[in-house]
Write a protein that binds this ligand. Sequence first.
Ligand SMILES: [Zn+2]
Length: 230
Amino acid sequence: MTSEPRSSSPNDGRPARSSVRRLVQEIADLVFASVCAGCGAAGTALCASCEAALAPRVVRPRSESVPLRAGLVFDGVAASVLRAVKEDGQTSLIRPLRAALAAAVDDLCAGAASPGRIDVVVPVPSTRAAFRRRGYRVPEILARGIGIPVLRTLSYVRRVQDQRGLGAHERRTNLAGGLVASRLGGGASALIVDDVITTGATCAEAARALRSAGFRVVGAVAVAATLRRG
Ligand SMILES: [Zn+2]
């Protein structure tokens, strides 16, 4: 009996360049990440108890413009891991966050208010400065794991201030009219994907831009959302 050699790629036997890059990154993480991103315990990039703390607990932040769902509250372990992904380049930690995002999508699609079919997922764009700083776009990597075609169509029409440190009202003013869709939607249903929902201003602006290009926006999902008081 013979067995054919198996390769990691079904096409030409060579992994795609992006998977090579990912592999290199993950090896780098294994070598350099000697502490848990969640609690700081030595010896692993994410310890078992922090991984367990990332089990989804869906939150539904209030919003007048677009239904919002997140898989986790942005605090504790979830906040630390997301910061490690966004600020420290630990992209291998995106994988343990995927269940939270999937739970947010499932929650949005479940029940009587189900949006029905989703044609495309649209990641919230990163500002040019953020992309330069990181070299990768977290919402886009997250969007690619959902299993629905990804459409990168949103971009900033003007320079917007870094949202960090701005309040809800300032964020809305900062972002108003700041995004534009490069493609026409033609009635296609779109789901917006972001990494963290803070005030919902970014998702609201993304929804506005998509709607004005003719998309039907079914909602916005993120890995985590901050809980607002009041
Ligand atoms: Zn830990």
